[in-house]
Design a protein around this ligand. Structure first.
Ligand code: 13P
Length: 243
C-alpha cells in the first residue's frame, strides 16, 4: 500500500514564531500513523528537527556543493534534518524557468543525498482548456522523474496550476482521472509503480479534504495556505487519518 502523507508546503512564509503552530500540531497528531511532512523555508529546517514530523526542503540544487550563491544542496538539507525535498513545484517552474530535465537532475541529487523527492507536476488552465492535461502529465512524468526512481525515494504530487492558491478545486472526477493516469504510467515504467504515494495539491482545505481523500489513487495532499496554521492543517491531517 502507498504511504499516506499529509504534507504542508509553507512556501516563502514562516518565522521562528511560526514554530508554535508545529507544537499545537504535535499535541494533536504527534502519534499519527500516517506521515506528516512539513516543508518550511530553509531558515527554519534546523529548528524543526525536534518535532515528530518529517521535514522537507522546498527545492535543492543539482550539485553537492560549489560556487552557486544563494542555492542549497540536497546534502545541506539532509544535514539540517530534512528527509524530503519538493522538486519541480509549479512556482519554481514558473518563477525560475525550471525545466523537466532540471527537475529530474534535482530529484536525482535528492536521491544521492538520501532524501525522498516529492516531484510536482500539473497542467495550467490553458492546457486543461485545450484538452492537453494528460499529455502535459505524460511529458512531465517522463521528463521530471528519473529512471532510478522507486516508491521508497519518490512521491508524485499532482498540482493543477490553476488550483494553487485560487480556491478552485478540480472535481473529484477530474482528480480521479489524472491520478489513475499517473498510476498507470508509473506501473508501466517502474516495477513498484503501484506503491508510489500520489498526492493531490491545490486549494485543499478542511472542508474538501475528506472528499479528495476518498478518490482512488489519492494517498494524501500537498497543502499550501492551509498548512500554515495548525487550526487549518489539523482537520486535513485528521481527514487523512480517518480514510
Ligand atoms: P494551496 O494549498 O495554497 O493552493 O497551495 C498548494 C501548493 O502549491 C502546495 O505545494
Amino acid at each position: 500500500m502507498p504511504r499516506k502523507i499529509a504534507a504542508g508546503n509553507w512556501k516563502m512564509n514562516g518565522m521562528k514564531s511560526s514554530l508554535s503552530e508545529l507544537r499545537i500540531l504535535e499535541d494533536k497528531h504527534g502519534d499519527a500513523d500516517i506521515a506528516i511532512l512539513i516543508c518550511p523555508p530553509f531558515t527554519l529546517i534546523s529548528a524543526c528537527e525536534d518535532t515528530p514530523f518529517d521535514i522537507g526542503g522546498q527545492d535543492c540544487h543539482t550539485a553537492e556543493a560549489g560556487a552557486h550563491t544563494g542555492d542549497i544542496s540536497a546534502e545541506m538539507l539532509a544535514d539540517a534534518g530534512a528527509s524530503y525535498v519538493l522538486t519541480g513545484h509549479s512556482e519554481r517552474r514558473t518563477d525560475h524557468g525550471e525545466t523537466d530535465a532540471l527537475v529530474a537532475a534535482k530529484s536525482q541529487a535528492a536521491y544521492n543525498a538520501g532524501l525522498i523527492a516529492v516531484i510536482c507536476i500539473g497542467e495550467t488552465l490553458e492546457e486543461r482548456e485545450a484538452g492537453q492535461t494528460l499529455d502535459v502529465i505524460d511529458r512531465q512524468l517522463s521528463g521530471s522523474v528519473p529512471q532510478s526512481a522507486d516508491a521508497l525515494t519518490t512521491v508524485i504530487a499532482y498540482e493543477p496550476v490553476w488550483a494553487i492558491g485560487t480556491g478552485k478545486v478540480p472535481t473529484t472526477e477530474q482528480i480521479a482521472q489524472v491520478h489513475a493516469h499517473i498510476r498507470t504510467r508509473l506501473q508501466s515504467r517502474f516495477d513498484d509503480g503501484a506503491e508510489f504515494s500520489l498526492l493531490y495539491g491545490g486549494s485543499v482545505k478542511g472542508s474538501n479534504a475528506a472528499d479528495i481523500f476518498a478518490v482512488p489513487n489519492v494517498d494524501g495532499a500537498l497543502v499550501g495556505g492551509a498548512s500554515l496554521k495548525a487550526a487549518d492543517f489539523s482537520p486535513i491531517i485528521a481527514a487523512l487519518e480517518s480514510v
